[in-house]
Design a protein around this ligand. Structure first.
Ligand SMILES: C[S@@+](CC[C@H](N)C(=O)[O-])C[C@H]1O[C@@H](n2cnc3c(N)ncnc32)[C@H](O)[C@@H]1O
Length: 321
């Protein structure tokens, strides 16, 4: 496995001031606890760790077990300590750094991990949704149609069904609806029909097979900057990982983990996710919305990090009941 990460985090300073409030760099006397629910390449988490004190705690989660497997040895060598295992993950602590907890689980488990650690409330939670560039680059996961690999698309390959199995067992209508709803693909019916016709003789098992089929049946291979296979791959990824259900669950339960004045910061890249986040922040009785409109990337960031173009950042604060 490649120990390096190529993922470039988006809206880093905006996330930091969103999590920390108005005076991000002021020293605090009480120990603080922050949670990064989507560790990915660790870009946001490292930035946050760099301003935390040894008495503070940073809890980091990722549903993809390979993320924690990659980051753990890197952090062990950087911090000069070995991680200690506990039932929900690993803990690293060195005299000069905050305690860093690595939990290879969905952000939906944040409440129970906090309980298991005896942490009553936290100062901030970050969710940076979607997938990372590292996952896109791992050809054996099927996230990218630019390289060939098994059509899996799961963040956690030990749970649920792969995208190949999804296309093998779902009805034509279920496949079409998924591609239409989660991918906003207007040729969804045509793609689903072609998949079902093909699987009669030869099931689709690789990312290249699916991409070739889409390129054959969807007119015009590239629309603007977007390849015509992008929307179908995105839709299947959202479906097999039940991503919207995880976001809905988190938006309902994570506000209860925040201390009064604690911040929930969410970056979404998909309109359906952003809609869930926007409504949940408005409607949750424990939250006050800080960002009336989502924060988006500056022209400078757009120039250097193309992933940032669809990022929308929303912030809410826990209020007293
Ligand atoms: C956009 S990346 C995060 C990048 C990260 N903020 C950074 O700075 O490198 C999204 C990450 O969220 C993870 N993820 C997706 N759904 C998740 C879930 N329900 N719980 C925890 N992690 C999840 C993915 O595996 C991926 O590593």
């Amino acid at each position: 496995m490649n120990p390096a990460t190529v993922h470039v985090p988006v809206l880093v300073e905006e996330v930091l001031s969103g999590l920390l409030g108005q005076a991000p760099h002021e020293p605090r006397s009480a120990p603080r606890v922050f949670v990064d629910g989507t560790l990915g390449g660790g870009g946001h988490a490292r930035r946050l760790a760099s301003i935390l004190q040894p008495a503070d705690t940073l809890l980091t989660f990722d549903r993809d077990p390979s993320v924690v497997d990659r980051l753990r040895p890197m952090l062990e060598s950087e911090l000069g300590v070995l991680a200690t295992e506990f039932p929900m993950g690993w803990s690293l602590h060195s005299p000069n750094h905050c305690r860093w907890i690595l939990a290879p689980h969905s952000y939906c488990t944040i409440p129970e991990v906090l309980t298991s650690l005896g942490i009553a409330a936290v100062d901030g939670i970050l969710l940076d949704l979607g997938l990372s560039s590292d996952q896109l680059n791992e050809s054996d996961r099927g996230f990218s149609f630019r390289t060939d690999g098994p059509l899996d698309l799961r963040f956690d390959p030990t749970t649920g069904i792969s995208a190949a199995d999804f296309l093998r067992i779902k009805s034509e209508k279920e496949i079409a609806d998924t591609i239409y709803q989660y991918g906003e693909e207007r040729f969804s019916r045509r793609i689903a029909r072609a998949i079902v016709e093909r699987r009669l003789s030869d099931p689709i098992v690789s990312s290249k097979q699916l991409a070739d089929l889409i390129h054959r049946v969807v007119p015009g291979r590239v629309h603007g900057r977007v390849d015509s296979a992008t929307r179908t791959f995105q839709a299947l990824r959202i479906a097999v990982n039940r991503e919207l259900e995880h976001v809905e669950h988190a938006m309902k339960h994570l506000p209860g983990c925040l201390a009064i004045g604690g911040r929930l910061v969410v970056i979404s890249f998909h309109s359906l996710e952003d809609r869930i986040v926007k409504h949940a922040m408005r409607e949750h009785s424990d939250l006050r919305v800080i960002t009336k409109k989502p924060i988006t990337a500056s022209a400078q960031e757009l120039d250097t990090n193309p992933r940032s173009r669809s990022a929308k950042l929303r912030i809410a604060e826990r209020v007293a009941p």
